[in-house]
Design a protein around this ligand. Structure first.
Ligand code: HEC
Length: 227
């Protein structure tokens, strides 16, 4: 009896993590070439401001960042054309209010500053979502809201690039837009990481120096003590 219990417990310990791992596995994401070169990032930025920003914000990016991050490196004139009346120091916020979003979509679209980092698959996830709209095989989810890659397959964002009804001529263009904006959002998630890495470096240097000082101190304190 005791042994059976033990075996059951063991089995439980082995199977539970396996079950959890299995549950986390979504559909295999599409492959995409995430590129951080300036041309791609600028094209991705344009897709973002033309399309995505109708609903989504980038809370951690200011208009000025588009000039100061050399990876994007827009001119002052380019930024002025994009930002309209918003001050240079303003964050890149959508004009869609939370209330209007709730009324239209039943949910406030998430800020996309960190989405590439937050989701498993990163840029490939964004690309897959944008090119993953299909007709629901069971016919339950309305067209434009059925997405193969979104957990549960029902997404409140309706097909922003018009992927579902595209012609085969448009396909390459839409794929390129999805790739560019996925690359841009991957970059947007990065600068902060770069900053953190830089801070991390100073923390490490500080710790090493501190250790050295403490070691000197220890020597000074102990040198007169008889061993
Ligand atoms: C018409 C409004 C609208 C537009 C335009 C739009 N989105 Fe969304 N988006 C939403 C809403 C609403 C959600 C929340 C979906 C949900 O949770 O069901 C969302 C969610 C997302 C998500 C998150 C999915 C997740 O895992 O939580 C990503 C990524 C995303 N959008 C990317 C984009 C990109 C990139 C563009 C531009 C090409 C874009 N969206 C354009 C409304 C929009």
């Amino acid at each position: 009896m005791k042994q059976t219990m033990l075996r059951l417990a063991l089995l439980f310990c082995v199977l539970t993590p396996l079950g959890v791992l299995h549950a986390e596995e979504g559909p295999t994401l599409k492959k995409v070439n995430i590129s951080l070169d300036q041309t791609t990032l600028r094209k991705g930025l344009n897709v973002f401001t033309d399309v995505c920003m109708g609903c989504h914000s980038l809370r951690y990016m200011t208009w000025r960042d588009l000039m100061t991050y050399p990876e994007i490196g827009l001119s002052r004139q380019d930024v002025d054309d994009l930002r309209g009346d918003a001050p240079l120091s303003a964050r890149m916020l959508t004009e869609l209010s939370a209330k209007d979003a709730m009324d239209s979509y039943g949910i406030v679209p998430p800020d996309l500053s960190l989405i590439a980092r937050a989701r498993k698959g990163h840029g490939a996830y964004i690309y897959s979502i944008l090119t993953g709209f299909e007709h629901d095989p069971k016919g339950r989810v309305p067209d434009g809201n059925y997405n193969v890659y979104f957990p549960g397959h029902r997404i409140a964002m309706s097909d922003p690039l018009g992927w579902l009804d595209h012609d085969s001529e448009d396909e390459a263009d839409l794929k390129a837009q999805a790739q560019d904006v996925a690359s841009f959002l991957t970059f947007v998630g990065e600068p902060h990481q770069v900053e953190r890495l830089a801070i991390g470096k100073w923390v490490m240097i500080f710790l090493v120096l501190m250790t050295f000082v403490l070691w000197l101190l220890k020597r000074a304190v102990w040198q007169d003590v008889e061993h």
